[in-house]
Design a protein around this ligand. Structure first.
Ligand SMILES: [Zn+2]
Length: 106
């Protein structure tokens, strides 16, 4: 009776077999997202490694994961955490970023 209760093993995927390497598309997931200057309009600068930048909020200086380096996630942070700053223009965020950098250099 017990052997009927043993859960079925998931089917072996192609990636798991040694003589069948995973297709190249699957490896793309590990590619780190790059910062784009336009993200500053969402209130985000970047920090960390050039090849693996982390988005950093210029308002609260919170660092997000590299996976969040997309306009929709950055915008969501701004809208949910800093609704007051949504109306701010790019010049404001530039000033805030420069101010943060100057403080870091000290
Ligand atoms: Zn923030």
């Amino acid at each position: 009776m017990e052997r009927f209760l043993v859960p079925r093993k998931p089917p072996t995927t192609r990636a798991e077999t040694a003589d069948n390497p995973p297709p190249k598309e699957k490896r793309k997931k590990t590619v780190s997202r790059q910062y784009h200057e336009s993200y500053l309009s969402y209130g985000f600068s970047w920090t960390g490694d050039v090849n693996h930048p982390q988005p950093e909020c210029v308002v609260c200086r919170e660092k997000l994961a590299n996976a969040n380096m997309v306009p929709s996630k950055l915008k969501r942070h701004l809208e949910t955490k800093h609704p007051f700053h949504v109306q701010r223009n790019l010049a404001y965020f530039k000033r805030a970023r420069d101010l943060n950098q100057r403080q870091q250099d000290r």
